[in-house]
Design a binder for this molecule. Structure first.
Ligand SMILES: *[C@@H]1O[C@H](CO)[C@@H](O)[C@H](O)[C@H]1NC(C)=O
Ligand SMILES: *[C@@H]1O[C@H](CO)[C@@H](O)[C@H](O)[C@H]1NC(C)=O
Ligand SMILES: *[C@@H]1O[C@H](CO)[C@@H](O)[C@H](O)[C@H]1NC(C)=O
Length: 414
């Protein structure tokens, strides 16, 4: 079980063996055991068996409460369930001492490969704009397992070309959403999550333009999307010719000057990946600022809200309290673990790890959901659209991934 061998907890940080003992002086700071519950393989398998034909993918739990709603492949979230199956495969390779936490004898890799079938035709013909990065996750995993897989190579390069085609040189960014007026370019902070795809494709093809586009996008975003306090705007609109900022707004947050939690997480994650890919110090400094805002603005109860600046009382929601977002919590924890694994400063690394563990612990207390199709509840898909108190496919994906990362870093056992 998680944390069962606390005295052996060790982490490799840049070749140095660092003992993270201070983390564990408080028994409440151990990773929650639900991260490695045998219920996880059971539920993931049940979801796999429930996929409609022709293939559709789960996105959120809707009505009746706790049941998945399914969406056609040409949807921004379609890659997360196949990527979840690949994470279960990873779990199997990490949890050899306790194989039932990954479902005894299940061939997750085969299930993941099969689940990708619905996605392979999307490059070159999809309506997902910049979100092709999210759609590529399972294919990126496949390439780590089999770098020669021709389908995965073609899909990754195809999605990368889709994204590169959206680059607007005058503004120095890839366009996130299509707009009727092409002289304006809307960029959402989520777009940081899609840059990894360009680096992988640049490595596969040797086409360095893809890498340059990713760097331009990250540098422009670093300049315009982050406030002095380290929080982020959701949407920045640019003039396509001059690159001047036309407006800064929200789409899914509480207000134009609020801090939508999932957007903050995408930013931490994206800038950490930029540092991983380039070793450029300014990306590390930026990721730290973003992570610092995230951790210092989590309220006393430790639960990640859907927007850090939304009022605590919310009369439109049943119960009247500001909803949490379990997906921002689990993606945030995974992002912090990535940042920790790259962090040259051991004290900072401890802070990111500690923060990740605490976020996971608190959200699991609130949102672990044995009776729902999803692993977690209390997700906020889109508050302005009245879509909250749900399970979310990417919340579950990052819950499993966070557990895997903790094991990989030596901070938990299965
Ligand atoms: C290659 O990867 C794709 C994507 O995961 C998968 O659908 C396909 O089955 C894989 N092919 C082989 C031969 O493993
Ligand atoms: C490199 O990628 C860019 C962006 O997709 C593309 O315009 C260009 O033609 C590619 N170059 C080569 C040599 O394929
Ligand atoms: C968590 O979800 C439950 C069930 O939907 C709900 O009653 C509760 O208000 C939620 N709590 C928060 C903080 O979102």
């Amino acid at each position: 079980m998680a944390g069962a061998s606390i005295s052996k907890v060790q982490v490799f940080c840049h070749g140095l063996l660092v003992l993270i003992t201070s983390l564990y002086t408080d028994i409440h700071n151990i990773p929650p055991p639900e991260l490695f519950s045998p219920l996880i393989p059971q539920k993931v398998l049940r979801t796999y068996s429930s996929l409609p034909t022709p293939t559709q993918y789960p996105q959120w739990t809707g009505t009746p409460f706790g049941k998945w709603d399914y969406f056609v492949p040409d949807t921004w979230t379609s890659g997360f369930f196949p990527a979840t199956l690949y994470e279960m495969h990873t779990r199997q390779t990490l949890c050899t001492e306790n194989p039932d936490v990954a479902g005894l004898g299940k061939d997750w890799l085969q299930l993941g490969r099969k689940a990708c079938d619905g996605l392979a035709a999307l490059p070159g013909r999809n309506t997902q704009g910049h979100d092709v990065g999210f759609l590529s996750f399972a294919f990126l995993e496949e390439l780590k397992i089999n770098s020669k897989n021709e389908t995965a190579i073609a899909v990754v390069n195809g999605f990368a070309a889709d994204l590169a085609n959206r680059f607007v040189p005058g503004a120095g960014v890839t366009r996130s959403w299509d707009s009727a007026d092409l002289s304006l370019v809307q960029v959402i902070i989520d777009n940081m999550m899609n840059l990894e795809l360009l680096f992988v494709s640049a490595d596969l093809t040797g086409n360095n333009t893809l890498r340059e586009i990713a760097i331009r996008h990250a540098d422009t975003t670093m300049k315009n999307h982050i406030r002095p306090d380290g929080s982020t705007w959701h949407v920045v609109e640019y003039d396509a010719q001059s690159g001047l900022v036309v407006s800064k707004q929200t789409a899914q947050g509480y207000s134009d000057d609020s801090a939508w939690a999932r957007g903050q997480v995408w930013a931490i994650y994206g800038f950490s990946q930029m540092y991983e890919r380039t070793s450029q110090k300014h990306y590390l400094v930026t990721a730290r600022r973003l992570a610092n805002y995230f951790l210092t603005n989590i309220p006393q109860d430790g639960i990640v809200p859907w927007d850090f600046k939304a009022p605590l009382q919310d009369h439109k929601v049943p119960g009247g309290v500001r909803p949490a977002d379990s997906s921002a919590a689990t993606a945030g924890a995974t992002a912090l673990l990535l940042l920790a694994s790259l962090e040259p400063d051991d004290l900072q690394a401890e802070r990111w790890i500690w923060g990740a563990v605490k976020v996971l612990q608190k959200i699991t207390e609130l949102a672990w959901s044995p009776s729902w199709n999803s692993l977690l509840a209390n997700g906020t898909v889109n508050w302005p659209n009245n879509n909250y108190l749900t399970g979310i496919v990417y919340g579950d994906y990052y819950f499993i991934k966070a557990g895997n990362e903790l094991v990989r870093l030596g901070l938990a056992s299965c």
